[in-house]
Design a protein around this ligand. Sequence first.
Ligand code: NZQ
Ligand code: ZN
Length: 390
Amino acid sequence: MDNFSYCSPTRYVFGKGVESQTGELTARMGCRKVLVVYGGGSARRSGLLDRVTDSLRAAGVDWVELGGIQPNPTDDRVYEGIDLCRREGVDGVLAVGGGSVIDTAKAVAGGVPYDGDFWDFWAGKAVMEIALPVGVVLTIPAAGSEGSGNSVITKLDGMHKISLRTDMALRPRFAVMNPELTFTLPPYQTASGIADMMAHIMERYFTTTDEVETTDRVAEGVLKAIITEAPRVMADPCNYQARANIMWAGTLAHNGICGCGRKEDWSSHGLEHELSALYGVTHGAGLAVVFPAWMTFMASCQPGKIAQFGRRVFNIENSGNDRTDALAAVKCLKEFFKSIGLPVTLGELGIDNPDIPLLVSKFHEDKGLPFGPYHPLYPADTEAIYRLML
Ligand code: NZQ
Ligand code: ZN
């Protein structure tokens, strides 16, 4: 096990009706006037936005709004949010939505106190130490942004989708999580969220650090819970207990607990971010295509941990051959994704003619050369993995 320092400071307020506490929680983080960020319509349609603003009003917190944030959020809305906050004297940001909304809120929060271009942080030209406090009302379990210090934004100029990872600055102060708010999710979004949370665990699980049994077992436990709960939630979208278990799994998958003491990989996320930047696909659905391809490639050069994943998570019998068991694990994972209605090829994802040379060059431009702590990827490897998605 490697040395580590882990802090997850977010207060998770979980259960039925908890959104009524949003105003009080916002006031408690010291805010008098916040920017309320929300998406393309679901929060308004469900009445959630009104309940949240009622709760702010009752707690004496004023607000201004930045709505209409789209999936795979872009830098233009961040600049708009930063200007609005400065003009209105805002002292905190409240995200009401999923990863796209939360990541926009976080980027605005980091950009307001910074004199330069907020993109400097994403471009690696500056290190974010401070940000306005961020609170979250979560409406989709998927990205795990409610507990992570990350924000993923696409720069429209060049369509560069980049993940900024901060240790503390962008970790939300609180996350309000009512599983009932997720009853209205379309099946594809529910399933994509499930793939994304599984991917967050797997990016950490596939590691070259050995002797991480405790963290491995935490990761396997959450993965097994997801695999058990997923069919229940797909069959009955209003099953509160199944929704609750999936929602909490999404947070544990990405708040860092599954990565303690080891090197993490994140190649599959990098490969997917190029797909969602260029083709606008849903991030989790993209991962359902990318991860099995990456694992198939790794079965030939670094099969050990993938075989262990198959044996422990999908109960594959140990054949004594890691490569064989790694390939069996890929088969199980693909079957699972298909069973909840997800694509497992680029064609099924809606990308019929992928520009693989462009995907490969953007991946290395955005992530580095080589990239991949589990097994370093050079352009020929990256191309081979994209081809395995066809
Ligand atoms: O915009 P609205 O109308 O709200 O619709 C959204 C959107 O179309 C809809 N939705 C959300 N809650 C709903 C709902 N529809 C009905 N009922 C509800 N309760 O779902 C759609 C997807 O929303 P989005 O916020 O894009 O989903 P998600 O949470 O999957 O976020 C994806 C983004 O997060 C990034 C991804 O790359 C992508 O840009 N990620 C962020 C991470 C982080 N910050 O730590 C880590 C992840 O790996 C990921 O990369
Ligand atoms: Zn993800």
